[in-house]
Design a protein around this ligand. Structure first.
Ligand code: FAD
Length: 469
């Protein structure tokens, strides 16, 4: 239900933001309320687009004064129904994109929340540094959205998630007050570390307007395509390679043989780099300041792993183009899966050591519900994070949809039984809020509710996401 806005509020917002700062055009409103996948339709009475922190603060103050609920929105690429409004006004951050400061000696940059991830990467590159977060939506996803969902991506193994990459934040609190926590400090032991409250909060605790991000030395990479006989070997291989080359392992992605087949069938020009009857492939990336050294390290580690029997076969990319071709297969799995047929997708995590036993138990539990179930299981095995999909070919009798609820429940229960998380990367939003209330310890839910009530007593900041109060 779209909330009815008090006329005095509307007039004040229009006056505050000026003609470029708001829209009530029906098509624009519909677009803002449609998520990236188009899987449902939200609604909003107004889009507000502040252009500066002072404007954002005055806007939130008006919302607090009139009791108007708001949904912060960045690139609207989130996958858990968090950033599309369901009746709230939409506060779009896309006009706040300025690079405020780059500090190469401190290895940090300060950038506004509406800037895209690509623009932050480019700013780092221009300063001769690396901002390591990288993911499929990077051309559209914004710094504020990435922090709010604590996004991950393909380099978490080495650099951590978005939470690990922030040094400071500037946030408009639900009262309209601005907390200026922008800081390049790496050490600051002065009580609660407030910035971490807002990472992963999905806009429920405040509106992020700017962030100071960590930068790293630039690196060159060596990329390998590896064939493995079992998930046990994949997990052992990760430990083996890390034992040999340490934290220079940047990515360690598991890919099942059937996903490679789907990509080859669907993507023009895609080709299996190393056809084999073995069931698993691993994409490994090692990065170093010197590319030749990275390659030598990776070669040595893979030779050792072969001698140990952990690897059936392996190829190290001979060129940047070949490395890109390896990655292209990994990155087009979601697309090719959609072309293959229906899928029930979960983004879960378990401790790395439990991946083999989890996959076996979960597949068996799903097959108890739907004996014909087939699977595509891929992702960031180095972080224990699997994209676990139950798939159904286009020409198969359609059964997946009918069993969706029961299958989801057994997957979640199996994840929890293995000490895991039902949302490793994408967050909670509205989509997983109620399941999490069922599964997480009651004390954790109560603590989250207490934090929400303390910071947002009126419940106007992205209500109904993450935790219900
Ligand atoms: C093709 C594709 C690939 C992806 N790959 C990955 C991946 O590998 N790893 C991964 O972790 N995620 C991935 N994602 C999801 C990823 O989490 C989102 O793309 C991104 O983090 C959200 O950024 P956004 O700017 O689009 O935020 P939105 O979708 O607009 O919002 C996301 C949440 O953040 C809140 N929010 C947005 N801006 C602010 C702000 N300034 N202040 C406070 N709250 C705010 C919103 O209210 C919402 O709850 C992928 C998504 C797509 C479409």
């Amino acid at each position: 239900m779209t909330q009815t806005l008090p006329p005095a509020f509307l007039a004040a917002v229009k006056d505050l933001l000026g003609p470029r700062g708001w829209s009530d055009d029906p098509e624009t409103l519909r677009e803002a309320a449609t998520p990236w996948r188009g899987t449902y339709q939200g609604a909003t009475p107004l889009i507000a687009r502040p252009a500066a922190t002072a404007e954002a603060a005055a806007l939130v103050k008006l919302c607090a004064q009139y009791g108007v609920a708001m949904t912060p929105q960045g690139g609207n690429t989130g996958l858990i129904d968090g950033g599309t409004p369901h009746g709230e006004i939409c506060v779009s951050m896309t006009r706040m994109t300025a690079l405020r400061e780059t500090d190469t000696f401190n290895n940090s940059l300060t950038i506004e929340a509406g800037a895209t991830l690509v623009s932050a990467q480019q700013a780092a590159e221009a300063a001769g540094r690396l901002f390591p977060l990288s993911l499929g939506s990077e051309g559209t996803a914004t710094i504020g959205g990435l922090i709010s969902t604590n996004a991950g991506g393909v380099a978490v193994l080495r650099y951590g998630m978005m939470r690990d990459l922030i040094l400071g934040l500037e946030v408009v609190l639900p009262s309209g007050e601005v907390w200026d926590g922008l800081s390049g400090l790496r050490k600051n032991n002065t009580g609660y570390d407030l910035k971490h409250l807002f990472a992963g909060a999905e806009g429920t605790l405040g509106l992020i307007t700017a962030a100071t991000l960590k930068l790293f030395p630039k690196t060159q990479r060596a990329t390998a395509w590896v064939i493995c006989a079992s998930t046990e070997d994949v997990v052992k291989l990760l430990a083996f390679v890390r034992g040999r080359v340490g934290d220079t392992v940047t990515s360690f992605e598991i890919i099942p043989a059937n996903a490679v087949d789907m990509v080859v069938a669907d993507i023009p020009g895609a080709r299996d780099p190393m056809p084999s009857n073995a069931p698993w492939r691993v994409l490994i990336e090692v990065s170093q300041s010197d590319g030749a050294y990275a390659r030598a390290l990776l070669e040595g580690a893979l030779e050792g792993a072969m001698e140990e029997g952990l690897v059936q076969d392996a190829a190290i990319a001979a060129s940047e183009a070949q490395a890109k071709a390896f990655w292209h297969i990994r990155e087009t799995i979601p697309l090719s899966k959609r072309a293959y047929g229906a899928a029930l997708n979960q983004d879960i995590a378990v401790p790395v050591s439990r991946i083999p036993v989890f996959i076996e138990a979960c597949n068996a539990a799903v097959r108890d519900v739907l004996p014909t179930a087939d699977f595509v299981i891929f992702g960031h095995v180095g972080d224990g994070n699997l994209h676990y999909s139950v798939v159904e070919a286009l020409d198969a009798p359609p059964q997946l949809k009918t069993h969706e609820g029961a299958i989801t429940r057994v997957i979640y229960d199996t994840v929890m039984a293995h000490g895991g998380s039902i949302s490793a990367e994408h967050g909670v939003g509205r989509l997983k809020r109620d399941e999490l209330a069922r599964l997480r310890p009651p004390a954790a839910t109560e603590a989250m509710r207490a934090i929400k009530r303390a910071l947002d007593p009126q419940g106007i900041m992205n209500p109904g996401r993450v935790v219900s109060v």
